[in-house]
Design a protein around this ligand. Structure first.
Ligand code: AMP
Length: 518
């Protein structure tokens, strides 16, 4: 791992990565690293060739009178943590390096000295923005600078700072930054308290009180799920009741749309329930996404582990919709193969699929659980051909294809009530699925199953060793590819299916689902 304190230094180091199209994952932090940061780093490590962590206590986002001076600074210790977490580069510039133009850099005082990035006032004026004027302009400005300096493929932000995340997503859309924003779930201590560098300020008694943030959020979530309380006023009341601090210590409580941050009267599909509380001088924030929809079960895992059969049968058993994502990729592959566009012409493929109308329908034949239509044409059988099978990985690895299908899947997912499988369904497509299963089996077991399948289909029998080799190769390709690599979500339950019958696997998943619901 290398540490850089200058822009010139870090950019020189990154030059060869940019030139060779290596993927770069950026994790912006203010240091004093904890498990929350480590989760961002681990996501970045899994997805990218290079991981860059920036450590910079950005004075621009501290309003006058706040804790800028006190904010914990521990660069040496942080570098050690980064080294152990497999980070490639730490960029830790000084204030003078990042803001050479400004004489004094803090909050709104520098507005006249620096070019600022100003996100929409509708997103920055309420919640944290109300008590921290200038904060989100400071965040947007420093994040813009870091994007320009590091030029990452992906940037990782925690859902802990949900308002910041929504504003950054908007910034990237509005200013066309060519970077993918990856949101990572909140990491909490055993007690439910979300990790934060500011937890260091708390006295033992305040630390105990701080558990009340999560308790309140959980109470509101349960009220929605168990008593169908959707009304904002009622949910906010539940959030505030029984708090182990006085009402005057609340900075705010809010129920807003998680993307636009506009206040909601009630939870329709989903709402961001957020709060900030002062414990002594320390201001703590926390939040939770509330959803009013039928459940989602997400099943990930390597090829040949039986995902599609299991998913289909679980859906049938529970009366949920089977979202056959594999069929969606096959459908687009079929579309490309039946067009003038070459498989490797990424721009042409992007153009072609942007116009494509894809439909999944509940199958009318018992052997076909899902029927597929592309631009109105029935392709259910055609997408299972050998030529589609040979080309589907190459198509699935293309960014535009992924984006089109992920947004389509998320749209269907808003309604819930489905079981979905796919290589990154629990990590990327439905990170908030109610139950995530990582279905796997040893290479030998998967090869045996494949051989059996080929025999059953009356196809030419392939030698077991050759099948194992092919499976290993496919695993390596799927794990290493830049887009949607195979990885287990941290909150997924691993189910190793060696020696289990399909019925036993289904029974286990149904049991886990019932436990989750109760
Ligand atoms: P900070 O160093 O506080 O600016 O945080 C850097 C990044 O880590 C931000 O994207 C935060 O949202 C994220 N982060 C901080 N705490 C947590 C946590 N407990 N869980 C998940 N992400 C977090």
């Amino acid at each position: 791992m290398r540490l850089f304190k200058t822009i010139a230094g870090v950019r020189t180091e990154l030059k060869s990565a940019w030139q060779t199209d290596q993927t770069v994952g950026l994790v912006p932090t203010m240091g004093a690293l904890h498990s929350g940061h480590l989760s961002l780093i681990s996501h970045a490590r899994q997805d990218n060739d290079l991981v860059v962590v920036t450590i910079f206590v950005n004075p621009l986002q501290f309003e006058p009178g706040s804790d800028l001076e006190q904010y914990p600074r521990q660069l040496e210790q942080d570098c050690q943590i980064c080294e152990e977490a497999g980070v490639d580069i730490v960029f830790a510039p000084t204030v003078g390096e990042l803001y050479p133009q400004a004489k004094q850099v803090q909050g709104t005082e520098t507005q006249e000295e620096l070019t600022h990035v100003v996100p929409p006032a509708s997103m920055t004026s309420q919640m944290c923005g109300e008590s921290r004027p200038g904060h989100f302009q400071g965040v947007a400005t420093v994040v813009t600078k870091l994007f320009n300096i590091i030029q990452p493929t992906r940037a990782y932000f925690g859902e802990k700072d949900a308002q910041q995340l929504a504003i950054i997503r908007r910034l990237v859309t509005d200013l066309n930054f060519p970077v993918e924003i990856c949101a990572c779930p909140i990491v909490r201590e055993e007690s439910g308290l979300a990790y934060s560098s500011r937890n260091q300020y708390l006295t033992p008694q305040q630390r105990k009180q701080a558990q009340g943030l999560y308790q309140g959020l959980k109470r509101a979530k349960q009220a929605l799920e168990q008593k169908q309380v959707r009304d904002a006023t009622e949910l906010l009341e539940i959030l505030r009741e029984d708090a182990p601090w006085s009402p005057s210590q609340f900075d705010y409580t809010a129920l807003v749309d998680p993307e636009t941050l506009q206040p909601l009267k009630k939870v329709e599909k989903k709402g961001l329930l957020a709060l900030a509380v002062y414990l002594g001088k320390t201001r703590l924030i926390d939040n939770m996404i509330l959803r009013d929809r039928a459940p989602i079960i997400a099943i990930d895992g390597p090829a040949g582990a039986g995902k599609s059969t299991v998913t289909r049968l679980v859906a049938k058993k529970l009366g949920l919709l089977y979202l056959d994502t594999g069929a969606m990729y096959r459908a687009l592959t079929w579309l490309v193969l039946n067009s003038e566009t070459a498989i490797d012409d990424e721009a042409g493929v992007a153009e072609l699929i942007s116009q494509c109308d894809l439909e999944l329908l509940v199958g009318s034949r018992p052997d076909v659980p899902v029927e597929v239509r592309v631009n109105g044409k029935e392709v259910t059988d055609a997408i299972r051909s050998a030529i589609v099978t040979r080309n589907v990985s190459a198509i699935a690895a293309q960014k535009a294809v992924r984006e089109k299908l992920v947004s389509q899947q998320r749209e269907w997912g808003e309604k819930g009530g489905l079981v979905a499988e796919g290589r990154d369904i629990g990590t990327n497509v439905f990170p908030h699925a109610d139950l995530k299963i990582f279905l796997t089996a040893s290479v030998t077991e998967r090869a045996k199953r494949r051989q059996k399948e080929l025999t059953a289909q009356g196809k030419e029998i392939i030698d077991l060793a050759q099948l194992q080799g092919e499976i290993e190769q496919r695993d390596a390709y799927d794990s290493d590819r830049a887009i949607a690599p195979l990885k287990k979500a941290p909150d997924a339950i691993e189910l190793i299916t060696d020696g289990l019958s399909i019925e036993e696997v289904i029974a286990k998943i149904v049991q886990l689902y019932e436990r989750e619901k109760s």
